[in-house]
Write a protein that binds this ligand. Structure first.
Ligand code: WQD
Length: 338
């Protein structure tokens, strides 16, 4: 069965391609290489022994998207990762984010709407909740006004899919709201490859550990939490990738209850920044060089998932601990810096 993975050379996309291939799916990747290198294809193949079909394409080209779906009429499902995802950049350049994240989604949904049946998995984010009023966060928690154009593209993206599924019963979709994906494939053939200075905590930690960065700045230790630093739900990227295959199979096997569903993907556990640093020091045996700095604007105090729905409905549960994920992240950092 042929599945299209857009953004399939990216961090979560590449790990999902591996899981799809290992479950016997035939995978076609579309990626414009704006945030990933072609060498990721070798990493995927090194793990699975299968070379996914790869099409270098920018999904903003509506004609090319149309041509692609005409040439690949046997695609049974789409997992859509391709999007820009840097929160800060989205504030600086909102139109880039609305063009890239919204128009490409519309073009793909237009093509899927022509098919007798189509299944669509959407890469969404816990960022839609903003600072939730109650923790842990359930899928019923209210979507809050987005703090960034990036977050807004995820909210609007979900609404576009919901409205399309409302009117087109041939289209069945699931939006997966990720908490904080971290780590790398245990083989260290693929992992996170942030371009430039990492915005996210764990790659900044491992780059500091390896000596690429001088010192980690902890963005504030005066929050109303136990140790004063922000709390997040850090989920191993392989657990996250597996959830995408489970969600796709839910649709393929017609187990879905509605033709548009939403699931939180997290571990259900919150970890503070200092606890993540502690995890790095435990698994690496190294002291991390860090300082306490000013708060980062836009950070929520705490966010971690209520995983009941994904556990019960999807039959999926994150298996890896924070230390497991940090071990894989550190192994990956050491490998790529060799
Ligand atoms: C985690 C914690 C920081 C860096 C973002 C996006 C979200 C999703 C995941 C795409 C926070 C602290 C960080 C540093 C620090 N991305 N931190 N020093 O902000 O929870 O989520 O990535 O979907 O949409 O918003 O993740 O890793 O940036 O920050 O102290 O150098 O680590 O303040 O408390 P975040 P993050």
């Amino acid at each position: 069965m042929k599945i299209l993975v857009t953004g399939g050379l990216g961090f979560i996309g590449s790990h999902t391609v591996v899981e799809l291939q290992q479950k016997g799916f035939e995978v076609v990747i579309i990626d414009n290489l704006s945030n990933a290198g072609i060498e990721v294809l070798e990493g995927i193949t090194a793990i699975t022994g299968k070379v996914p079909e790869f099409v270098k394409m920018d999904l903003r080209d509506k004609q090319k998207v149309n041509q692609f779906f005409r040439d690949h009429s046997d695609i049974e499902g789409v997992i859509h990762f391709a999007a820009s995802k840097a929160v800060g950049e989205s504030v600086e350049n909102p139109l880039l984010y609305y063009e890239n994240n919204i128009s490409t989604l519309v073009y793909i949904l237009q093509e899927l709407s022509k098919k007798d049946r189509a299944r669509f998995i959407f890469s969404s984010s816990c960022t839609v909740y903003g600072q939730a009023d109650e923790l842990p966060i359930t899928e019923g928690a209210p979507v809050k006004p987005a703090e960034s154009p990036y977050g807004n593209t995820k909210q609007v993206g979900e609404e576009i899919i919901r409205d399309t599924c409302n009117i087109n019963k041939n289209l069945e979709a699931i939006a997966l709201r990720y908490f904080n994906p971290i780590g790398a494939h245990p083989s260290a053939h693929i992992g996170e490859l942030p371009i430039g200075v990492p915005q996210n905590l764990v790659p900044f930690i491992t780059q500091t550990g390896i000596g690429l960065r001088e010192q980690l700045a902890v963005f504030g230790d005066d929050y109303p939490t136990e140790d004063g630093t922000c709390i997040r739900d850090y989920i191993h990227v392989v657990d996250l990738a597996k959830a995408h295959v489970v969600a796709l199979e839910r649709l393929l096997n017609k187990k879905n209850k509605e033709n548009y569903e939403v699931f939180n993907l997290g571990t259900g556990r919150g970890s503070s920044v200092l606890e993540v640093i502690g995890s790095f020091e435990r698994v690496s045996g190294e002291k991390l060089n860090y300082r306490i700095a000013e708060r980062r604007p836009g950070d929520v105090i705490a966010a971690y998932a209520d995983t009941t729905k994904a556990n019960n409905e999807l039959g999926w549960k994150a298996q890896s601990s924070l230390d497991d994920a940090m071990t894989s992240a550190w192994k990956w950092e050491q490998k790529i810096r060799k």
